[in-house]
Ligand binder design. Structure first.
Ligand code: CTP
Length: 171
């Protein structure tokens, strides 16, 4: 069982391919108000959670929300794929400005599970190469997470590890 200890104030990045279960995991362990999601932000700026064209504007909203929540010292969880180091760097830079600890929770139940789940989702009908590319970027970045400034790094690399994880908040 993975036991994840988080301080009361930190920035948590979920890192995982589409279909890995980030949104499900966030909903299980965090308050809805603590979660900043890229899908939610796309919906807010474009009326369409899947609009790829809206991604830059959606991330402006994501970053603004993180900035404000860090200033207010509120624990914040980012539900986005976050598989590329350059995307993560923009978010961790905000946390560092506010002296927030950065935590990474990597969620990877494996390619087959991600693909099978996406097959059942009418809004995720992209080719299998999307998940493959995301997982390969994810794996390439794992070794560098510490250097990127993540103080807490948790890798949940199977369905059982994801399902059994327990998160405790430090008082
Ligand atoms: N799902 C599931 N069992 C789990 C986790 C997820 O059946 N233990 C299903 C969800 O109901 C959903 C799909 O798998 O239909 C994708 O889960 P989600 O949590 O939305 O995955 P994300 O990683 O957030 O996917 P995306 O990045 O595409 O939003």
């Amino acid at each position: 069982m993975s036991s994840i200890l988080l301080p009361e104030f930190c920035l948590v990045l979920l890192i995982g391919a589409s279909g890995s279960g980030k949104t499900t995991f966030a909903g299980k362990h965090f308050k809805p108000t603590e979660i900043v999601s890229s899908d939610w932000a796309r919906g807010r700026v474009a009326d369409d959670e899947n609009s790829l064209e809206a991604t830059p504007d959606a991330f402006e909203l994501v970053q603004t929300l993180i900035e404000i929540r860090m200033r207010r010292r509120m624990l914040t969880v980012v539900d986005a794929t976050n598989v590329r180091a350059e995307d993560r760097a923009k978010l961790t830079a905000i946390a560092k400005r506010w002296d927030a600890l950065c935590a990474a929770i990597v969620i990877d139940p494996g390619e087959d599970i991600c693909l099978d789940r996406n097959k059942l989702r009418p809004d995720r009908q992209f080719g299998p190469h999307v998940v493959r590319n995301q997982r390969s970027a994810l794996r390439k970045g794992l070794g560098g997470l510490k250097r990127e400034g993540f103080r807490e790094i948790h890798q949940l690399m199977s369905r059982a590890a994801i399902d059994d994880a327990v998160i405790t908040r430090q008082k």
